[in-house]
Design a protein. Structure first.
Length: 392
């Protein structure tokens, strides 16, 4: 089912014969618990038709489908390995993408090489699609570099920790692309929590006014750390686009085919001068916000179990098997490749140097600063105390 950027409809007030407002006790129509969204694969792996978006995946082959499945499986394995490494003290922090593989792989595979991508800090699947070595993502989380890759090599910007600020960077870049007369597009990723940031609102305004070729891709995993979406907005997030004058679409974020189709549509219209679009990928964060978070404190386990039944990887696997596009040999080879990837990630991370603890005081100011000098001396003395204790 396709949903366009329409306004929330408020039912008309009915009145009594005397002109008074109808009784407040009158029951309101029940709302569906399932949101309307673009879907091409059901949670059971059944293909459904969509008159508007089928054309964007009409040429997809069995090899392509197996490729999408491989992308999601290997991305999930990399993510699980990174989470494990953080638990073992090898990384300072990790932001897992568990459950959001279809949203990232589907949208990432919709981009062209000359498109430019602005991620946040959870787009490990998009980085995979852009050809960034996954081990390069880990240096920042270990504290040994500020990114780990050259953004211009893969047209994939460094991870952005400041929530929502990359949407402005993307909009400015897209405005430049338009002025240069290029036919490429820009895509900016952010989450449902970031959609409440002022930077995102400003990016929407500028992109609309200047008709910038940018696609705003919101991964609505329904939890901004511990805040549910209903604490952020009274309308579905995709409907916000209408107030800025560009289209918004909600897509099943656990359906890799639907995400691929909708993102292709949005990028193509951007490249042809039709301006920005907002995609809300309705998905779910199966794990914690980061490894410093405990989701059991703010959400119930039944919710997670219900969403596990909509697992994006199992959904595509069911479709591959039902259509005869993959056999046991394919899955066995992929499992071996997954194990090899996990092993390589562990080896690379453990070979990384320990971060220089004193480096946090560098570049705080362009010139020296008395307070920073004092803090540096105090921290150095604190670190030295451990060495003293070990020598006794």
């Amino acid at each position: 089912m396709t949903v366009e950027s329409t306004a929330a409809r408020t039912p008309r007030r009915s009145s009594t014969s005397g002109g008074k407002r109808a009784s407040a006790k009158k029951a309101a129509p029940k709302k569906s618990t399932e949101p309307e969204l673009v879907q091409l694969l059901t949670p059971e792996g059944k293909r459904v038709k969509n008159a508007e978006y089928d054309e964007y995946v009409a040429g997809i082959t069995a090899d392509d489908l197996r490729g999408l499945y491989r992308d999601m499986v290997l991305t999930r394995r990399f993510d699980a390995e990174a989470t494990s490494l953080q638990r073992q003290g090898e990384l300072g922090l990790w932001a897992s993408l568990l459950g959001q593989e279809a949203a990232q792989i589907g949208s990432g595979r919709a981009t062209r090489d000359d498109d430019y991508v602005f991620p946040t800090y959870r787009e490990h699947g998009v980085a995979w699609c852009r050809g960034v070595d996954p081990t390069n993502l880990l240096g920042m989380f270990r504290g040994v570099n500020n990114g780990g890759w050259d953004p211009n090599t893969n047209n994939f910007h460094l991870y952005t920790i400041v929530i929502g600020s990359q949407t402005l960077h993307a909009t400015g870049y897209a405005m430049g692309v338009a002025k240069d007369g290029a036919d490429s597009a820009v895509i900016a990723y952010f989450g449902d929590g970031a959609s409440s940031q002022g930077d995102v609102a400003e990016a929407f305004t500028f992109s609309a006014v200047y008709n910038a070729p940018v696609v705003f891709f919101c991964q609505n995993n329904q939890w901004a750390i511990s805040e549910p979406t209903e604490k952020q907005t009274r309308v579905p997030l995709y409907q916000r686009a209408q107030g800025y004058g560009f289209p918004g679409v909600r897509v099943d974020g656990n359906d890799v085919l639907a995400v691929l189709a909708v993102t292709k549509w949005a990028l193509e219209r951007a490249r042809t001068g039709e301006g920005p679009a907002l995609i809300e990928a309705f998905t779910y964060r199966m794990g914690a916000h980061t490894t410093s978070d405990d989701p059991s404190k703010y959400r119930n386990d039944d919710e997670r179990v219900a969403w596990e039944a909509k697992d994006p990887i199992l959904r595509l696997k069911a479709y591959l098997e039902s259509e005869g596009h993959a056999d046991e040999g394919f899955f066995a080879e992929l499992e071996a490749e997954s194990e090899a990837l996990g092993k390589r990630v562990r080896e690379v991370v453990r070979a990384m140097p320990d971060p220089d603890l004193m480096a946090i005081f560098e570049n705080a100011y362009a010139d020296g600063h008395a307070l920073v000098d004092e803090e540096r001396a105090q921290f150095a003395a604190y670190q030295a105390s451990f060495a003293d204790e070990g020598g006794k």
